[in-house]
Design a protein around this ligand. Structure first.
Ligand code: SF4
Length: 311
């Protein structure tokens, strides 16, 4: 590894050691992608207690699920409704009454981000991934109870930033009158009843990630060898129309499942007498793939808000 990366590795390890929970292990969010492979290796190198968790979204690529199953000790979790039945993309669609979109990513909160409540999480989030990540992430990110959180920070004299998405972020550098101990105390105080993530590789470049993985001989998800740059869900609306279409060409059974669940969603909208311009699942798919941009204003704020409430 080049000397800059060796320094970054040391720094990431120090971050993981600095915030390690005293009683239970870290909750390591593992997607099966290259960034989460890096944090998995770093957690082992740091010698910190950690559990590796993958939360199934039910639209994970089969290759990704197969790769994750080869990782020693990984917990593969399924989201469930309060009565214990499994939550899926398909049975959530009529309940949400709209497809997931960039501004209403209800499937992330219902399926992917379930788990890890009351635990200190580690993620492989990096600034280079998107402008959104650059604006809303740092080494420490806290979501929930913003007023009380800011008060604790003010009282401890720790500097922080409030992001546009409403989270509070702190970097790992300690300014004048700040100590690592204060930051650790803050993190440990907050993670029980807020969502707190430690992002040890937030400033790493994609090149750093690959160099690190090659150095440690990690095979990584086979989809990278098939030309994928990012590993995500099949038909993820965050990946853009081109990628969605290519997913559906590659996984036609998932395309059919989306069409069927869109139809159930239309039926539910009609039953509730909500406005809909769609008659078939294919109509919805065309809209979803951006072939009819006029419909982008279809959902009002109330509907968007309701879709983001946990079922
Ligand atoms: S499809 Fe996209 S938005 Fe939905 S859970 Fe997967 S990553 Fe999140």
């Amino acid at each position: 590894m080049n000397r800059y990366l060796i320094e970054k590795e040391k720094e990431a390890i120090e971050r993981l050691k600095a915030f390690e929970p005293e009683k239970e292990p870290y909750y390591l969010c593992y997607s099966g992608g290259k960034d989460s492979d890096v944090i998995r290796i770093l957690a082992t190198l740091a010698g910190v207690k950690h559990e590796i968790h993958h939360n199934l979204t039910t639209v994970d690529a089969p290759e990704t699920v197969a790769y994750i199953k080869t990782i020693k000790g990984v917990h593969i979790n399924k989201a469930r409704y309060p009565d214990g039945t499994p939550k899926t993309m398909w049975n959530l669609m009529p309940k949400k009454r709209m497809p997931p979109t960039r501004i209403a990513r209800w499937c992330c909160s219902e399926l992917k981000e379930q788990g890890g409540k009351g635990r200190l999480k580690i993620t492989g989030v990096r600034w280079e991934e998107s402008t959104n990540r650059r604006a809303n992430a740092d080494v420490i990110r806290v979501v929930g109870k913003p007023t009380a959180t800011q008060k604790i920070l003010e009282n401890s004299g720790l500097s922080y930033t409030v992001t546009k998405s409403g989270g509070i972020v702190l970097n790992a550098q300690c300014g004048d009158n700040e100590t690592v101990r204060d930051k650790k105390d803050f993190v440990h105080h907050c993670y029980i009843d807020r969502s707190v993530t430690i992002n040890p590789i937030v400033e790493w470049s994609t090149r750093d990630v690959w160099e690190f993985l090659h150095h440690y001989g990690v095979r990584s998800n086979p989809l990278y060898q098939c030309g994928e740059n990012r590993i995500g869900c099949i038909g993820c609306p965050l990946s853009g129309t081109k990628s969605m279409k290519s997913d559906f060409a590659k996984y036609p059974k998932y395309y059919e499942s989306y069409i069927r669940s869109f139809k159930k969603m239309i039926d539910e909208r009609k039953r509730l007498k909500l406005p809909t311009q769609w008659e078939s699942g294919i109509d919805v798919m065309k809209w979803w793939l951006g072939e009819n941009p006029d419909q982008l204003t279809l959902f009002d704020e109330n509907e968007l808000y309701e879709a983001m409430q946990e079922v």
